[in-house]
Write a protein that binds this ligand. Structure first.
Ligand SMILES: [Zn+2]
Length: 313
């Protein structure tokens, strides 16, 4: 497990660096309530959360074409062979290109996605441009393996002090949403005072529709880590949403594959981050996989935590 730099989240939270023990045995590490890994997957998304009782949720499963980083291999390298949940925000290739490797190497117990886009709808949506390998593998997995829909409310799993919720727009032609970005499943993961939002590639129209849902508006309150929608592109930025998140520690772009597009939006997001991260003498409000590569957050139950950037994931 490589670490090159470590610093604080928030103002005065950390005194000691603690390592979480990865491995086949489920461990609890004193002081760390939850781990968040954001992997650098070129143009795409892949994040892993590990609860204090060792439960694991992955959101999206892209891969890195140049470094040949694949999610299943990466988990196996950490001696992880089980994933309690895989949440796929939507069916675009950059969010599922590593699924073949993941399903080969790791037992995924349950798969969560926007239930209004079952496999036959995805096949219709992708009929024009054709399905690439990751999407095809994902759709086949839905048809052959993950045939029972997951209900949040009948969840038999115990995720320690981590909990989660999802929101989605519905596939409703001819007047509702039919594009995969605005059908992104939005996931919130909570743990003590921390709350992370994963909006997939939701665009402004999709955000505005979700804002009509009072429960969604309420859930935005208290978000501390904001994964920027659509990898930080302008069409994923919704000012109304950001105004509802006044307690941000940091915004994260998964933008390595974009490079030139996100400079402007970084400035837009930065103004919404109240706290920021003190890292290597700098006050950072926006982290990006383009410059910071893979990153790991160790989040503490009492708030704050520690982040390592440029990690060998
Ligand atoms: Zn994407």
């Amino acid at each position: 497990m490589g670490r090159t730099k470590n610093e604080q989240v928030g103002l005065d939270y950390w005194s000691l660096l603690r390592y979480f023990v990865f491995g086949p045995t489920r461990h609890t590490t004193i002081g760390v309530a939850m781990l968040l890994d954001v992997f650098n997957v070129d143009h795409g998304a892949c994040a892993l959360m590990t609860s204090s009782n060792g439960r694991r949720i992955m959101v999206d499963c892209g891969h890195h074409s140049e470094t040949q980083w694949f999610p299943g291999n990466a988990l196996n390298d950490r001696e992880i062979f089980d994933l309690d949940r895989l949440i796929v925000s939507h069916f675009d290739e950059d969010h599922c290109s590593g699924i073949g490797n993941l399903l080969t190497k790791v037992h995924v117990h349950q798969l969560v996605f926007n239930g209004s886009t079952p496999s036959e709808i995805v096949r219709q949506m992708k009929a024009k441009q054709g399905m690439r390998q990751g999407t095809e593998t994902l759709v086949r997995a839905l048809e052959q393996t993950f045939t029972i829909p997951v209900s949040l409310h009948s969840d038999a799993y115990e995720f320690g002090d981590m909990s989660w919720s999802t929101f989605q727009n519905r596939y409703e032609p001819p007047y509702g949403f039919t594009d995969s970005n605005n059908l992104s499943l939005v996931t919130f993961v909570r743990c003590g005072p921390h709350k992370i939002i994963f909006p997939g590639d939701l665009e402004v129209a999709g955000w505005k529709q979700l804002l009509r849902n009072r429960a969604f508006v309420n859930e935005l309150q208290g978000v501390t880590i904001f994964m920027a929608s659509h990898h930080g592109r302008l069409n994923g930025y919704c000012e109304d949403v950001m105004d509802l998140c006044p307690q941000l520690d940091v915004v994260i772009f998964t933008d390595e594959g974009i490079r030139f597009d996100t400079q402007r939006t970084a400035a837009l997001y930065r103004q919404h981050v109240s706290r920021g991260i003190f890292f290597a003498g700098k006050h950072r409000r926006v982290l990006t996989t383009r410059t910071d590569k893979s990153m790991r957050f160790e989040l503490r139950a009492e708030g704050g935590g520690q982040v390592a950037l440029n990690i060998a994931a």
